[in-house]
Design a protein around this ligand. Structure first.
Ligand code: AVJ
Length: 328
């Protein structure tokens, strides 16, 4: 028998429009000089998402296990602080950590709905299905969209707890943070909470190791963005023409990932009408992963309507789970 169930996943834009957005972003990014760029959200096709999952288990990559430890210790307390009925996660990833919150909400008998906003539709559908199966009392829904542009799709808050985990906020340029926080505040009611996972400024050697793992998984992840351009835009990149590079910029307090041409490269991206010529040693920037301190984060929160209510961290202060509250 064919089982059918209305799957509560909707796209903000039809597939074709997402493709034309990608075309525009790739064209614009690759045209930048002196440093061409690609938006890091395009790492995450199925292979890229699987590679990121592998990264989270690497010995050098401390953020995931550190954040999980913090949330295991404090999810209950975070839920108790505002007793939300609705949980919303941005960029929902593999959806393991969200269960700590759902379990705490369930124990309070106050779990009404869950919404996930995530760019990759396949991943999102799987997460929605498995959460719906495990939390049948909740209304679980998914929105295929971009957490920077599409926050308004969530509608007004009220008894909402918003989660943005893993340090993904680090992918935004620090100057984008105030607008992002204002956008988040606009989908929260006064008193609603916003839990943000933030990777902290630390020993550069530790950061360097986390983005240059010995097994080379991060390198594969970085190169995967070229395969995504090949698959989706008909590009003809040969990943073996490039090498992975990641370094910590002590002044800017961010990790930068780049792909460096090992030899002169000529590549075409037909759907974007782009011809890219690189000399040996030229680089394409593929990701920023910004690190914060309490002070540098506070500065970006000024005037956004959000304030830090609690700062949860690990023993080594590697990572922080920051509970923000909408004040006005
Ligand atoms: C998923 C954005 C948090 O910045 O550490 C991991 C992505 N890049 N290794 C991060 C990533 C290289 C990751 N975030």
């Amino acid at each position: 028998m064919l089982m059918s169930r209305a799957v509560a996943v909707r796209r903000v834009r039809p597939v074709e429009q997402d493709l034309s957005t990608m075309v525009a972003e790739v064209r614009e990014g690759l045209a930048r000089r002196p440093l061409p760029e690609l938006p890091c959200k395009y790492f995450y096709d199925d292979r890229g998402s699987a590679l990121f999952d592998e990264i989270t288990a690497l010995p050098e990559y401390y953020p995931t296990r550190t954040e999980t430890g913090i949330l295991e210790a404090h999810a209950e307390e975070i839920v108790d602080a505002s007793s939300p009925g609705e949980l919303v996660e941005l960029g929902s990833g593999a959806g393991r950590k969200i269960r700590l919150f759902l379990d705490a909400m369930r124990r309070r008998g106050h779990l009404e709905s869950v919404a996930l906003l995530e760019i990759s539709e396949g991943y999102l559908r799987e997460s929605v299905d498995s959460l719906q199966a495990d939390y049948p009392e909740a209304r679980v829904s998914g929105i295929v969209g971009d957490f920077v542009r599409d926050l308004p799709e969530l509608g007004p808050g009220g008894g909402r707890l918003l989660l943005f985990l893993a340090g993904t906020i680090g992918n935004l340029h620090p100057e984008q943070l105030p607008a992002f926080f204002r956008g988040a505040a606009s989908v929260l009611a006064r008193g609603d909470g916003f839990l943000v996972g933030v990777d902290l400024v630390k020993d550069p050697a530790r950061l360097h190791a986390a983005y240059n793992d010995a097994a080379g998984v991060t390198a594969e992840f970085n190169l995967n963005i070229l395969r995504v351009l090949n698959d989706r835009l008909g590009a003809d990149f040969d990943p073996s023409d490039f090498e992975h590079r990641a370094f910590y910029d002590v002044e800017r307090e961010w990790i930068e990932m780049r792909l460096r041409a090992r030899r002169p490269v000529e590549a075409r991206v037909p759907l974007a009408g782009v011809r890219l010529a690189l000399a040996s040693g030229d680089e394409i920037r593929t990701e920023l992963s910004c690190k914060y301190t309490r002070e540098s984060l506070e500065r970006r929160l000024e005037g956004t309507g959000l304030v830090i209510e609690r700062w949860f961290t690990d023993e080594e202060s590697l990572f922080a789970s920051v509970l923000l509250r909408r004040k006005c």
